[in-house]
Design a protein around this ligand. Structure first.
Ligand SMILES: [Zn+2]
Length: 284
């Protein structure tokens, strides 16, 4: 059975690698229909791997038994982009389109954002030293080692990055389907943020992981949505150039402007409050 093939859409070279029993020709036919050249521009090549085995998420802690898709590699040296897709998603082309946009936005985000690319390279062992910290972080989240102020700061950076990456991709998905932002109820994001702040302060890291796993799309979505609402001249493309810290800053200001409580803040006033978490971890 044919399990590898390739084709072009616009200037993008797409290599399909099928690791499942799903029909490769059928997958390619569907992909040709749903992959939009407008979203692919500026991406030279992308490997689409059809698989049921997914690696862990950004914090290397997530173990979704069933996952729809993920994007794991933007190795800037080899210029290799890989999207993993569950074959089940081919049953629904509209949803597949949505998923591909989401993952392609992740690729673009890393491409244009030096900050996120640096951190990503650290996580993928390009920098041995930072990789060492990431490993420690992993042990911390599993309750195997104690927190140090430095690790806590690293953890907070990782969480912020998760939120920003997922928020941007989620918003892009929604724009593509509805042409506007439709989710008006921010309440769930507020509840999750409140709980995450509490668990971070109490150093209950396994509970933190659960919340992040469940809520990063929701919290990220409203972080970005608040910004776009308060700044009509801004757009996703512009926000994708900024560091996660900068995004938190703008989110905070946007919320003050809109008369809302920020979901996350560096100094004070947000449901998640980075300064007070760091202070709390120093003090006892
Ligand atoms: Zn994502």
């Amino acid at each position: 059975m044919l399990n590898q093939t390739n084709f072009n859409i616009g200037h993008t070279h797409i290599i399909v690698i099928n690791k499942t029993t799903y029909n490769t020709n059928e997958a390619v036919n569907i992909l040709k229909k749903v992959l939009l050249s407008s979203y692919l521009n500026s991406i030279n090549t992308v490997d689409i791997i059809i698989t049921k085995n997914f690696r862990y998420g950004i914090l290397h802690l997530r173990k979704h038994s069933v996952k729809r898709s993920s994007v794991n590699s933007t190795n800037t040296y080899a210029n290799k982009n890989i999207i993993y897709i569950n074959p089940n998603e081919f049953n629904n082309p509209t949803k597949l389109n949505q998923i591909l946009i989401h993952e392609i936005v992740h690729i673009k985000h890393r491409q244009i954002n030096q900050f996120i690319r640096n951190r990503y390279e650290a996580k993928t062992k390009v920098s041995k030293f930072t990789h060492f910290i990431e490993r420690k972080l992993n042990l911390l989240m599993r309750g195997r080692i104690k927190a140090s102020p430095r690790l806590i700061k690293q953890l907070l950076l990782d969480i912020a990055e998760d939120f920003v990456l997922e928020g941007v991709a989620k918003i892009a998905e929604e724009f593509e389907i509805h042409g506007k932002l439709t989710h008006f109820n921010r309440h769930a994001a507020e509840k999750y943020s409140y709980a995450l702040n509490m668990y971070l302060k109490q150093r209950q890291y396994s509970s933190c992981v659960k919340i992040i796993d469940e809520a990063m799309w929701t919290i990220g979505y409203y972080m970005i949505k608040d910004i776009l609402e308060a700044n009509p001249k801004s757009n996703l493309e512009k926000l994708m150039h900024l560091s996660p810290e900068k995004i938190i800053n703008i989110h905070e200001r946007s919320c003050h402007h809109l008369g809302r409580t920020p979901l996350i803040s560096l100094n004070s006033g947000g449901y998640i409050n980075y300064n007070s978490i760091i202070y709390n971890n120093k003090s006892n």
